[in-house]
Design a protein. Structure first.
Length: 254
């Protein structure tokens, strides 16, 4: 940077020039800061870039103030030290005010970023909670559906088993009835056979009696007492057989 050489000026004029330069630098920095804040308010998405730009601008302004201080120091080096000290103090105050403003702006931006991050985190947490609730509800519904299906299957199995038991019972009853009917038929057949046998025996006895009577007539009865006893015994046997057959038939009917 080129050094500007000026002729010596009075102390009051040097102090006024230093204060004017410091005020101009402060106003310029304030105007730049306001413009930057407006841009930040309009463009929230470019906050990081704006922060970098602000930091660079702050450094540039500080470097400018430092350069002005150096120039003023070189210009007022030949004048009184009191005026130079006043000018340096004014410039330092202006630089400190600019730095404080920049720090405040940075702090506000950091707070905004933190708030936005917190909001995003809260939204993410809410979304996660909603997803978890949905998943839990879906799982519960699926479990309920499975349980209902299992219950239906069990009920169907039980119904089938009951139907099978009923069918088996019906079959057993039918078999028992058939067996009873068969037994009755067999008993009836047995009784009929006995009756037939008794009838045949009676017929044979009658035939024998007739033959005996015919022989006795033809040949002559020698021992009529014996024949009468035999006929009486045969008649008694036939009567006993008939009574037994009737009793069996009555028992079967009962």
């Amino acid at each position: 940077m080129h050094q500007i050489i000026t002729p010596p000026i009075p102390a009051a004029a040097a102090a006024a020039a230093a204060t004017a330069a410091a005020a101009a630098a402060a106003t310029a920095a304030a105007e730049k800061k306001q413009k930057q804040q407006k841009k930040k308010h309009k463009q929230r998405q470019q906050q990081q870039q704006q922060q970098q730009q602000q930091q660079q601008q702050g450094r540039h302004s500080r470097s400018k103030t430092n350069e002005t201080l150096k120039l003023q120091q070189t210009q007022t080096h030949t004048n009184t030290p009191a005026a130079a000290a006043a000018a340096a103090a004014a410039a330092a105050a202006a630089a400190a005010a600019a730095e404080q403003r920049e720090l405040r702006g940075e702090q506000q931006q950091q707070q905004k970023q933190q708030q936005q991050q917190q909001q995003q985190q809260q939204q993410q947490q809410q979304q996660q909670q909603q997803r978890q609730k949905r998943q839990q509800q879906q799982q519960q519904q699926q479990q309920q559906q499975r349980q209902q299906r299992q219950q239906r299957q069990q009920q169907q199995k039980q119904q089938k088993q009951q139907q099978q038991k009923r069918q088996q019972q019906q079959q057993q009853q039918q078999q028992q009835q058939q067996q009873k009917q068969q037994q009755k038929q067999q008993e009836k057949q047995h009784a009929q056979q006995q009756q037939q046998q008794q009838q045949q025996q009676q017929q044979q006895q009658q035939q024998q009696q007739q033959k005996g009577d015919y022989l006795s007539v033809c040949v002559g009865v020698r021992d009529t007492g014996k024949q009468k006893l035999a006929a009486a015994a045969a008649a008694a046997a036939a009567a006993a057989a008939a009574a037994a057959a009737e009793m069996m038939i009555n028992e079967e009917a009962e």
